[in-house]
Design a protein around this ligand. Structure first.
Ligand SMILES: Cc1ncc(C[n+]2csc(CCOP(=O)(O)OP(=O)(O)O)c2C)c(N)n1
Ligand SMILES: [Mg+2]
Length: 728
């Protein structure tokens, strides 16, 4: 963006302030003033109801411009938050692009009209799509830095490959790249802030954490969020950090502070923490009125620290700009903002037809026949001796080994998944490899850079995975028990599953989350027996897989790893070592497409739709129904829950006209509710009886096995329902 102002923007030889040239100082001021002008223009548009939301950077401009000018767009990586207009402007997002997002145009390059204004995204500048959630982005920044370091150490992993998600990822990296992550001071109360500092510190990652401290989180003042009122004092003991606490209204001080921080990070010394005291000149957003909770004196004091006014006065005082030149620059800035707004108001609106685009990958469909391969058993390979039936644990572990050998971009981490974090111990001990041993031997074979323990923090696990995946890596992470997935729920729903859709296909986070799930384990009790899959199938953008046997687990995990969407891979603990469903090793290329159910027992009288640990129970009940009552039940194992195989359900129900949907989770609001509703809706004409559901009681699972047995659906309940349904 050239500034056509006489005398402004002309090259200047002599240094003016703190080693910054006159040219540089004017550029800083221009960016700050333009950012302010864009905010003011948006406020006008909001008042005219031409845009629908406004949140401003007013009072933060100095800090943000200082940060941007110390770093390299398109080289370093940026995880801004919603107030970072001046940052993004200085990185290269244009006023026109900002206004396109404000009006929600189809040509809004950040989100195609899906996100509020100032929810940034620019792949070419390395500005990663940002949400409205506070603090989640810090963990993405950490994962991003880890990925950059990994590629620098293993450049061969960046090579493009075909046949899986890698075909659609251009990987770039630099050995001295830096990641910037910004946050407000109020949001440092979030656990994810501390979880991010934890890993950045431990791993000495090149992340600059920038706290933009304007003293308020909407109406809540800093001392309520931060004990003692100063975040710098609280974080001061984190090892390996470079710390700076600065006047965030002085752009020169800010630029110098970020330059020093970047230098520290680029040298590989560790992360940096830059705490800038700035002001919130306007209310939190245009939906807020700070006169309701701030005194007049306090607001007036802030106005005196307005960074744009102060920079303007400084440039005039130091003889860098004359009053006429300031006027000229102000007119130019106004014109820029006005023209950008006028153009945006003419821009096309998104079409309703575009809504479903980018919920999932448009490039790689995991339901496609590409993933339908034949199992090659050891016997086929002439190795009959090793053709023994293996457990689900064995075949999941085998798949992880195979895929990690094939794809150097896979990292595996979670709680206790490593063989031993203290590597030296492995000379004398066997290693842990997960509480259920699913990851046994992976660290020993692939090393601690690819297989490692995370902190005991589930949001940390998933949040970092998002950052890794954005860079083209494939994190296959473990949540130790489904019962403890909840701290990661914010990351799963608001970040992982949404990354592609909210950025209109700019970014994607194809992560695999493995989680042991379910009960029937006698004594698992409330916190080691939970189901809850429907809570995740209710999230657009997330694939949910739930195998019932060893072979399916192996083939579906391979598809999950190779595909381009985030996948929640649910492993039923009761099935891990069950004799039911064991299978020989199917070979390194065996995969099963998503959304393909399996008829595990053919029948003509009743369809029983189920999955997971209810499958073997349903098969037993079906066998008894045949033996004792002559009823012929068809059992359908869905295998994947999102997507699910509607065709297979419909074909079977049309044949039998009677259907039971059986699942382990609590009956009400469970997964079967949706299946039953759709059958009732779309197959009404084919039905001879009401659609029946079987699920657990509407309670959690109790410890005492007598209670557990009564709470969870059993073979007897299924049999009874089959017999009753046949009577209709
Ligand atoms: C996880 C989450 N909780 C609550 C909100 C609602 N909210 C939006 S901004 C905000 C205040 C943030 O304050 P601060 O971090 O100081 O940033 P500032 O807006 O002052 O720059 C709140 C509570 C949110 N967006 N995300
Ligand atoms: Mg704040």
């Amino acid at each position: 963006m050239e500034l056509a102002v006489s005398g402004v923007g002309a090259p200047e030889k002599e240094a003016a302030v703190e080693g910054l040239s006159r040219q540089r100082l004017i550029e800083i001021y221009r960016l700050m003033a333009l950012s302010r002008s864009l905010d003011d223009r948006e406020i006008l548009l909001k008042r005219q109801q031409k845009i629908f939301f406004q949140i401003s950077a007013a009072g933060h401009e100095a800090l943000q411009v200082g940060a941007a000018l110390a770093l390299r767009p398109g080289y370093d990586w940026f995880f801004p938050y919603y107030r970072d207009r001046a940052l993004c402007l200085a990185l290269g997002v244009t006023p026109g692009e900002m206004m396109l997002q404000a009006v929600g145009a189809s040509t809004d390059p950040a989100s195609g009209g899906r996100q509020m204004p100032t929810h940034w995204s620019s792949p070419s500048l390395h500005i990663v799509s940002t949400s409205s959630s506070t603090a989640t982005q810090l963990l993405h920044a950490v994962g991003c830095a880890e990925a950059g370091r990994y590629f620098s150490r293993h450049p061969e992993a960046a090579e493009r490959a075909t046949g899986d998600y890698r075909a659609f990822r251009d990987v770039t990296f630099h050995g001295d790249e830096v990641v910037l992550a910004c946050i407000g001071e109020g949001s440092t109360s979030q656990g994810e802030f501390w979880e991010a500092l934890n890993t950045a510190s431990n791993a000495k990652l090149p992340v600059i954490f920038c706290v933009e401290d304007n003293g308020y989180a909407i109406s809540v003042p800093v001392e309520v969020n931060t004990p003692g009122g100063n975040i710098s004092r609280l974080v001061a003991n984190f090892p390996n950090f470079h710390f700076a606490e600065i006047d965030g209204t002085d752009p020169v001080a800010c630029l110098l502070a970020f330059q020093a921080a970047a230098e520290y990070c680029r040298a590989g010394l560790g992360p940096a923490f830059v705490h800038g005291h700035c002001i919130r000149l306007y209310s939190h957003s245009l939906s807020d009125d700070d006169r309701l909770y701030r005194s007049t004196a306090e607001r007036a004091a802030d106005t005196l620290r307005d960074p744009v006014t102060r920079m303007q006065m400084r440039l005039m005082r130091d003889g860098i700009l004359t009053a006429e030149q300031v006027d000229e620059l102000e007119r130019w800035v106004e014109r820029e903002a006005g023209e950008a707004a006028a153009r945006a108001l003419e821009a096309p609106l998104p079409s309703v037809a575009s809504i479903p685009a980018h919920v999932y990958s448009e490039d790689l469909d995991p339901s496609s026949c590409t993933f339908a391969t034949e199992a090659v058993s050891d016997a086929d390979r002439g190795d009959a001796e090793t053709n023994a039936a293996r457990t689900m644990v064995d075949l999941i572990n085998a798949c992880l080994h195979d895929e990690m050998r094939r794809d150097p971009r896979i990292v595996v981490y979670g709680e206790d998944v490593a063989d031993a974090s203290r590597e030296g111990a492995l000379e004398e001990v066997k290693g842990k490899g997960g509480v259920f041993k699913l990851t046994a031997g992976l660290q020993t074979e692939f090393g601690s850079e690819r297989v490692f323990n995370s902190p005991l923090a589930e949001a940390n696990i998933v949040g970092r995975a998002v950052g890794y995946a954005l860079r083209g890596m494939k994190p296959v992470v473990e949540i130790q028990f489904f019962d403890y997935i909840w701290p990661a729920m914010h990351q799963i729903r608001n970040e992982l599953a949404l990354m592609r859709w909210r950025s209109n296909g700019n970014w994607a986070a194809p992560v695999v989350i493995r989680a042991p799930i379910g009960g029937y384990i006698s004594g698992g009790a409330i916190y080691h027996s939970q189901s809850g899959e429907s809570i995740f199938t209710h999230i657009p953008g997330l694939r949910v897989v739930f195998p019932s046997n060893a072979l399916d687990a192996n083939g579906l995990l391979r598809t999950a790893i190779r595909c381009d969407d985030p996948v929640l891979f649910l492993e039923h603990k009761r099935l891990y070592r069950e004799s039911y469903g064991r299978a020989p090793y199917p070979g390194q290329e065996f995969s099963i497409p998503f959304g393909k159910a399996k008829v595990v027992r053919a029948g003509t009288h009743i369809t029983l739709v189920t999955y997971g640990a209810v499958v073997p129970r349903a098969l037993q009940a079906a066998e008894q129904a045949r033996r004792l009552h002559g009823i012929d039940v068809e059992v359908l194992d869905l295998r994947t829950l999102s997507p699910y195989d509607w065709e297979a359900i419909a074909v079977s129900v049309r044949k039998t006209s009677r259907v039971i949907v059986a699942y382990e989770d609590m009956l009400s609001w469970g997964y079967g509710a949706e299946i039953a509703a759709r059958i009732a809706d779309e197959l009404f004409e084919d039905l001879d009886a009401p659609v029946k559901r079987i699920g657990a009681m509407d309670t959690f699972v109790a410890y005492q096995p007598v209670l557990e047995d009564a709470i969870l659906p059993q073979r007897e309940t299924i049999l009874k329902t089959i017999v009753n349904l046949r009577k209709f």
